[in-house]
Design a protein around this ligand. Structure first.
Ligand code: AMP
Ligand code: ZN
Length: 437
């Protein structure tokens, strides 16, 4: 295979040099962290008053984990380490209600992020001759702008198509000869299932590759998309707390995602004991960012379950490879790429006085896409034989939920006391999507 590297010296750097670089950048990042109100006291409590108190990368383990709720607690500026006038952008994580987790970027942070993305994109075999249709959400979500910037850095022609609207996606593909797309795996399958109906023939498209991420999928799903669309599919991993996409990405070997270790320190821990797992075993991924000055985040518990491949990659990159994400160590649902916590839904519906006590969140596949239904009882004073107020209530629940979780659910109302009450711990989520990961 003809491998190409965006930054060959760094991508193929010998491990000893890479680890020395990590230490250097970790100290720099600790310096940024010491300027934030959140970490100042935390680091001091761990005996770290200046970056030179960090002697080895392992010293990082003296610092407690950072969690999503820490980020919320620090909202809005507890994690900001540079003067506000140096910030050029913010992103926020998808699907959070109330207090979002907000990440700030300096101009250099954006440049660094674009370069990591360019490494990913170029490493998949793309060049400036490619036409890149980015079929994922723009806005506060990092997937759109993240890949967009990386595509421009590589020099591809980037079409900021955004998600949804299959008819328009097909038109763009045909008009501009799209060669590479980025989408969730479910949207790729959805697109394929609509091709015939839209009168689009595969041989009239120039597609060669797809980047697929934002939600878990299996090797079987990858193969299915590859054979249906006759393209190469590359797994793309990231999360907003760590910039977004560009954390780990597959090379042309398509066998695990290289995590850019000069930009991130990865630990895999047992989510129950918090101890590191044995090399190669699956556990929860904990990440420390080394490439962002505006918002340093140390030892972030991603809740994503994965492990390292232990053998080196034939491509020659020395940065280790992560396995496919197989699940989460919390109850977060990923619905068509959007993160939703059951507690967010509960907060909305339980806040409405017309709603009864019992509810059920159902997630299922409808065609290639995910479908969310919220079933809930109405309060005892609401009668099921009067359709008009019921429909109005349904619509109000749907709208309020959509405003909070950015997904429009189907809402089903049931008579007070009619939904089965489970004994013991209530089962509030029924996820019937095939677990094929
Ligand atoms: P967000 O912060 O909204 O970008 O969501 C990040 C989360 O999406 C991650 O923590 C993962 O749970 C999930 N995710 C992103 N990329 C992938 C991927 N390639 N495979 C599985 N899950 C992913
Ligand atoms: Zn490789």
């Amino acid at each position: 295979m003809n491998f190409q590297y965006w930054q060959p010296q760094i991508e193929k750097m010998p491990r000893s040099e890479l680890e020395a670089l990590q230490l250097h950048k970790l100290k720099e990042e600790i310096g940024f962290a010491l300027r934030t109100s959140f970490y100042q006291s935390r680091l001091e409590a761990a005996g770290i008053r200046n970056p030179d108190d960090i002697k080895t990368v392992d010293d990082l383990r003296r610092i407690p984990f950072t969690t999503k709720s820490d980020l919320r607690e620090g909202f809005p500026y507890g994690f900001l380490s540079i003067p506000k006038e140096e910030v050029v952008r913010l992103h926020a994580s998808s699907g959070t209600t109330g207090i979002p987790t907000t990440i700030y970027f300096s101009r250099d942070d954006i440049k660094r992020w674009s370069t990591y993305m360019a490494r990913c994109i170029f490493g998949s075999g793309c060049t400036k001759n490619d036409v890149f249709q980015n079929m994922i959400g723009y806005g506060l979500f990092t997937g759109g702008l993240g890949l967009h910037q990386g595509g421009e850095e590589v020099g591809m022609m980037v079409i900021p198509a955004g998600s949804g609207n299959t008819a328009r996606q097909f038109k763009l593909m045909q008009d501009f000869g799209t060669t590479v797309v980025h989408a969730t795996p479910s949207f790729l399958l959805h697109i394929e299932s609509k091709m015939k109906e839209a009168g689009v023939r595969r041989e009239n498209l120039s597609l060669k590759r797809a980047f697929a991420g934002a939600e878990p999928y299996s090797e079987d799903t990858r193969r299915r998309i590859e054979s249906l669309l006759n393209i190469d599919v590359f797994n793309s991993y990231g999360l907003s707390e760590m910039n977004g996409p560009g954390v780990a990405f597959e090379c042309q070997c398509k066998n695990g995602m290289h995590i850019w270790e000069d930009g991130y320190i990865a630990e895999i821990i047992d989510p129950k004991t918090f101890e590191p797992v044995k090399d190669g075993e699956v556990g929860e991924l904990v990440l420390t960012i080394l490439c962002r000055e505006a918002t340093p985040i140390l030892r972030y518990r991603t809740r994503d379950l994965t492990g390292f491949f232990t053998e080196p990659c034939p491509c020659g990159r020395t940065h280790r490879r992560l396995r496919r994400i197989t699940g989460r160590s919390d109850d977060m649902l990923i619905i068509n790429g959007v993160n939703v916590f059951p507690s967010q839904i509960e907060e909305v519906i339980m806040g409405m006085k017309e709603v009864g006590n019992n509810y059920l969140i159902v997630v299922e596949k409808e065609g290639a896409l995910d479908r969310l239904t919220v079933k809930t009882e109405v309060g005892p004073n609401i009668f099921m034989d009067d359709a008009r107020p019921l429909n109005a209530l349904k619509e109000r629940i749907r709208e309020t939920l959509q405003a909070s979780i950015s997904i429009s659910p189907r809402v089903e109302l049931h008579e007070s006391g009619s939904m089965p009450v489970s004994e013991g711990k209530a089962v509030r989520v029924q996820d019937t999507r095939p677990k094929d990961v």
